[in-house]
Design a protein around this ligand. Structure first.
Ligand code: C2O
Ligand code: CU
Ligand code: CU
Length: 493
């Protein structure tokens, strides 16, 4: 089993390099050539440390040190990376709805950064977007109340024009929110045992074992992708499962790759949550598409005692044709091997009903805004725009009234799929080109993939905070596109 997997991995590496050379020649190939050392033996999946903060009075305080470090992705090879309280990625922050939290983010880098709380409803001053820069050596301490439901959120750098670079190097981590509704359900929720964080990424390495961020023409257009899949920063990971049901908190933490996830043996799994919280009911499926920024908790039944390999199918190349339908990435990846222990503790059955979600309806909604995701020009002249505008820090693009439900029509006539993300809200999808979204997309969302020739209508409301000066962002979550200007700003008044 292991042997087969490893030889398949090596074959994939070679295949990837060959395709790269054939496609764009030596330039691209040299920037993405894989580390050429011996293949990794499968390693235990690293579980990011769980951080529940420390209570100071009524405030749950998290100390987060952004730092440069070295990470051993490959046996005996040290790669330069960035991390939070560690060398690559950061701790999983766990908090409860209703908590007041304070994040002490200390910038230990020699460059400016920010840390954004992706998925949260929160005051604009606490958002951690491009307007909340943290200078080298400075500490930024936003405080806010957790108003979102039980969910898997995440945090990452949002430094203007440097987000892709800093996230690629490792500046990201997960947040788990619990609430009473989720606590009352018998869902797997023991961190690191039957509730597993799964940060999905792909990276490319140079022969010297480094993974520098290279903004080649190709990666600026298509987004930066790699040929080495990793989970929580572990290459070729396995996890020993001890319970009959296991929950995976999936995050697509890639810069640009869209993953179509499933298991090698085709087994069915249940999606129980979307970006912002639990679905109304578990949705059974064999395949789940996850674009950069999106999350989904899934529950996998391991009671048959067989190994389950989490895999991303090939999504077609980027650019036009079939590939354009899918987006930037193309390679099949084996992400994670779930190995059942000889005997498994029996988990409680999944409940039939999960969360109470309001019915989605556009009746009575009078305000509509359109957002067109646009690419124009090629190569060095390529532009990434929303409504014909490139991101400008001193321009507010939209002013939205607090508490008013609006329809946002997001359309895409460009050749690539773009994941559209909105800060400070969890929205619902009304339809995709007029059609009801599939079961896994009927819950709370903050990021949606918009395919070429597609118009997605979402129901948006900003319920909690106003700030006439400080904006929030909406943008494409392909980080290279965001950095290149496919981002706009809105205030809530
Ligand atoms: Cu995940 Cu504006 O970010
Ligand atoms: Cu965000
Ligand atoms: Cu994009």
């Amino acid at each position: 089993m292991i042997k087969t997997n490893m030889s398949r991995r090596s074959a994939l590496k070679l295949g990837g390099a060959a395709i790269a050379i054939a496609t764009v020649g030596g330039f691209y190939a040299s920037s993405t050539a894989s580390y050429a050392g011996p293949p990794n033996a499968p390693r235990p999946l690293q579980i990011p440390p769980l951080d529940t903060g420390k209570m100071q009075g009524n405030v749950r305080v998290f100390d987060m040190q952004v730092q440069a470090g070295k990470t051993e992705f490959f046996e005996g090879v040290k790669t330069d990376t960035l991390g939070i309280n560690g060398s690559y990625l950061g701790p999983t922050l766990r908090m409860k709805t209703g908590d007041t939290v304070r994040m002490n983010v200390a910038n230990g880098l020699s460059e400016t950064t920010t840390l954004h709380w992706h998925g949260f409803n929160l005051p604009a001053r606490a958002d951690g977007g491009p307007h909340q820069e943290i200078a080298p050596g400075a500490v930024w301490s936003p405080e806010f109340e957790v108003r979102d439901k039980a969910a898997t959120m995440w945090y990452h750098s949002h430094q203007l024009h440097k987000t892709a670079d800093q996230v690629w190097a490792g500046m990201a981590g997960l947040v788990v929110i619990d609430d009473d509704e989720s606590g009352a359900l018998d869902l797997p929720d023991t961190y690191g045992v039957d509730d597993i964080p799964v940060v999905l990424q792909d990276r490319s390495f140079r022969r010297n074992g480094q993974m520098p961020y290279s903004s080649s023409m190709h990666s600026r257009m298509m987004g930066m992708t790699g040929d080495i899949p990793m989970v929580n920063g572990t290459v070729a990971p396995y996890f020993e499962v001890t319970t009959s049901l296991i929950r995976l908190r999936l995050l697509n933490g890639a810069n640009a790759s869209i993953y179509v996830l499933g298991f090698a043996d085709g087994r069915t799994f249940s999606q129980i949550s979307s970006d912002g919280g639990l679905l109304a009911a578990p949705a059974q499926m064999q395949s789940l598409r996850l674009a950069p920024g999106e999350r989904a908790d899934i529950v996998v039944d391991m009671s048959d005692g067989g190994v389950a390999t989490l895999r991303s199918a090939a999504t077609g190349g980027g650019g036009g044709g079939m590939g354009g339908m899918m987006g930037a990435a193309g390679q099949p990846f084996d992400f994670l091997e779930l190995r059942p222990a000889a005997s498994l503790t029996t988990s409680p059955a999944l409940p039939d009903r999960l969360a109470d979600l309001p019915v989605v309806s556009d009746s009575g909604v009078t305000k509509t805004r359109g957002f067109e995701l646009q690419m124009s020009g090629m190569g060095p002249f390529a532009k990434f725009l929303i409504n014909s505008k490139s991101m400008a820090m001193d321009r507010i693009d939209e002013v939205v009234e607090k508490g008013v439900t609006e329809i946002w029509e997001v359309s895409n006539f460009s050749p690539m799929a773009h994941p559209f993300h909105v800060h400070n809200t969890q929205f619902r999808i009304l339809d995709r080109n007029g059609a009801t979204p599939n079961a896994g997309e009927r819950g709370l969302k903050d990021t949606i993939l918009v395919n070429p020739q597609e118009r997605v209508r979402i129901l948006v409301r900003f319920e909690h905070y106003t700030d006439p000066e400080r904006p929030y962002m909406y943008h494409c979550h392909i980080l290279e596109h965001e950095d290149a200007g496919m981002m706009g700003q809105f205030t809530v008044v």
